[in-house]
Design a protein around this ligand. Structure first.
Ligand SMILES: Nc1ncnc2c1ncn2[C@@H]1O[C@H](COP(=O)(O)OP(=O)(O)OP(=O)(O)O)[C@@H](O)[C@H]1O
Length: 326
């Protein structure tokens, strides 16, 4: 038998490795593996997520972008513990989102994740002041009490008001705050129980661009100073352009990523370098950017060649690549 041929044992090992969930590393905050969510409405099935893969490291600040209907909110609702995926695996800070008991789900939503919605009114109770809104999640968690606990709670409210630069608004009710101020309070509410992960669905969607930029800065503060891993769904190109990592979702799958790095040249001048990546799944499939395929008129079949340190993908001209190089 040819020694290059895989044995039955090799194939079995490969198949088992491909079927097993990817084990999360200690520094992984969010790990989604082949996540599927199917909705059925009036006998029609919609596959909102079709095998989505996403890994977010602790301390990361990630923007999720994608066309309307691509599955962003579906993903965020699953990560928030409000919805359960149909298949796949999803782990956030050690919580298994598919296998949690009802009790763990409640604890997860109260303590492990914070959530900021687009609709400013949905984030806050109208009859409570900003400070009372921020204290409420701590009271619901059961930290209300005498002595030390009450003092710690008051300290946390003060710390959050200061971190989000809204200390002077502590006694105002939501109706007495601007949209941007309401979102700052909403971020403080979401961070009240010191969650490891903060999720936000279009948090700047109802704000003008200047206020939106300031709110985005507030998310950065939370990420940097309070140590939260932050995931923001956004249509806002301004936001997507400012984060280190932007993940694009297309047809219920993560399709590409843009990583940005600040580089300093020999004169000390800083510039931002951008690089686009596509996702490689464990069977070796990649989704090439649509604009690249269009530019070169590639469809159906492409020619691939292995070079020393990369793979070449060319339009299928059915000619021998050696001839072309000659
Ligand atoms: N509860 C539901 N019942 C049936 N279909 C749903 C449900 N929620 C979402 N969908 C469908 O799933 C797909 C993904 O929707 P989702 O809201 O996640 O997209 P999105 O990327 O957040 O869009 P947008 O940017 O417009 O908010 C869409 O086709 C949507 O119609």
């Amino acid at each position: 038998m040819n020694s290059d041929q895989p044995t039955y044992e090799d194939l079995r090992r490969q198949a088992l490795a491909a079927a097993a969930p990817r084990t999360g590393r200690a520094d992984t905050a969010i790990a989604c593996d082949r996540l599927v969510r199917i909705f059925s409405a009036d006998g029609v099935e919609v596959q909102a997520l079709q095998g989505l893969e996403l890994t977010v490291q602790r301390g990361d600040l990630v923007a999720l972008v994608g066309a309307s209907g691509s599955g962003k909110s579906t993903l965020l609702n699953i990560l928030a513990g409000l919805d359960v995926p149909t298949a796949g695996s999803a782990t956030v800070e050690g919580f298994d989102l598919l296998g949690m008991s009802a009790k763990d789900r409640l604890r997860y939503r109260r303590e492990a994740v914070g959530f900021v919605w687009q609709q400013t009114a949905r984030n806050l109770l109208p009859f409570l002041t900003a400070a009372q809104n921020i204290a409420l999640p701590m009271q619901l968690k059961g930290r209300r009490g005498r002595g030390g606990a009450a003092a710690r709670q008051a300290d946390r409210v003060t710390r959050l008001l200061e971190a989000l630069e809204i200390a002077d608004l502590a006694d105002r009710r939501p109706a007495e705050l601007s949209g941007g101020q309401q979102q700052r309070v909403a971020i403080a509410v979401a961070m009240a129980n010191d969650p490891a992960v903060l999720l936000a669905d279009e948090p700047t969607g109802e704000l003008d661009s200047e206020t939106g930029a300031a709110i985005f800065e507030a998310f950065r503060t939370v990420n940097r100073e309070l140590g939260a891993t932050v995931v923001i769904v956004t249509h806002d190109p301004l936001v997507a352009g400012e984060v280190r990592r932007t993940v694009a979702i297309r047809d219920g799958r993560t399709s590409s990523e843009v990583l940005r790095r600040t580089v300093t040249d020999e004169h000390g001048a800083e510039s931002v370098s951008e690089r686009e990546y596509v996702m490689l799944d464990r069977t070796g499939r990649v989704q090439l950017p649509h604009k690249f395929l269009e530019a070169l008129g590639m469809e159906h079949r492409v020619a691939v060649d292995l070079a020393a340190d990369h793979i070449e993908v060319r339009p299928d001209t059915a000619e021998d690549p050696d001839d072309r190089r000659a």
